[in-house]
Design a protein around this ligand. Structure first.
Ligand code: DC
Length: 225
């Protein structure tokens, strides 16, 4: 079973993806973490973002692995745990730039298909192009969205809890900037697949969304049986 979850940042994809993977005993793949790991490798190598050939080379030759249970997943880059380093604001912005490069996307998509197809019970993949490009024949596709203000509020609250210094206005501006890049890039922009179940999470709490998603999955399974 392949479950695709797409949507803009801060819509709840990771939290809900992990909850679904745990509940249904599926592998969980955070594809954004893979783009973040490439971006980190590029930054560490001191390669400028305009040097597409060298960036593609780094994407091709870096070993990126996601290991462990969904709740405690570690992101490994060439054998080193970079789970914390990829979550900085800089890494997010760099990932948003690196993910516009077609060659990087081609390499990541190939990797994601191999991981998804080899998961024994199936996989929950979350990202921006899962239902449109990576697994266009996914068993079920969700598109989670929320108003930018709601997403910024959530991100801001999380950042405060982690002791990061930022303002709500900065967080909202960053979200808008990343949204703009995600939807306007030429290769695999963020789009809603025709057959996706769209859920606006602005006014819903996590458990309400989770229940809606589980109900849709049961419906799909029943109609496929
Ligand atoms: O979901 P995230 O914020 O960790 O993703 C980091 C960046 O990677 C984000 O700017 C969008 C990009 N991304 C993408 O282009 N395609 C994906 N499948 C996942 C993420």
């Amino acid at each position: 079973m392949i479950i695709a979850i797409d949507g803009p940042s801060g819509a709840g994809k990771s939290t809900l993806g992990k909850m679904l993977a745990k509940k249904l005993n599926l592998l969980y793949l955070d594809t954004g973490a893979m783009y973040r790991a490439v971006a980190l490798a590029v930054t560490r190598a001191g390669v400028p973002f305009r040097d597409i050939d060298r960036i593609a080379d780094i994407a091709e030759n870096s070993e990126i692995d996601l290991v462990g249970e969904p709740d405690a997943m570690k992101v490994m880059l060439d054998g080193q745990d970079v789970s914390v380093d990829i979550r900085t604001l800089d890494a997010a912005q760099s990932a948003s730039v690196v993910s516009t490069i077609s060659e990087v996307r081609r390499i990541m998509v190939e990797h994601q298909r191999i991981i998804g197809n080899s998961a024994p019970n199936g996989c929950v993949l979350e990202g921006r192009d899962i239902g449109s490009v990576v697994f266009p024949h996914a068993d079920i596709k969700f598109f989670l969205t929320a108003k930018p203000e709601a997403r910024a509020r959530r991100r801001y609250t999380e950042d405060q809890a982690k002791g990061r210094i930022s303002t709500y206005e900065q967080t909202l501006a960053e979200i808008n900037e990343r949204d703009e890049r995600d939807v306007s890039r030429e290769d695999s922009p963020l789009t809603i697949a025709d057959d996706a179940v769209v859920i606006d999470t602005s006014e819903l709490d996590l458990h309400e969304v989770f229940e809606q998603m589980l109900a849709k999955i049961s419906e799909k399974r029943a109609s496929a049986a």
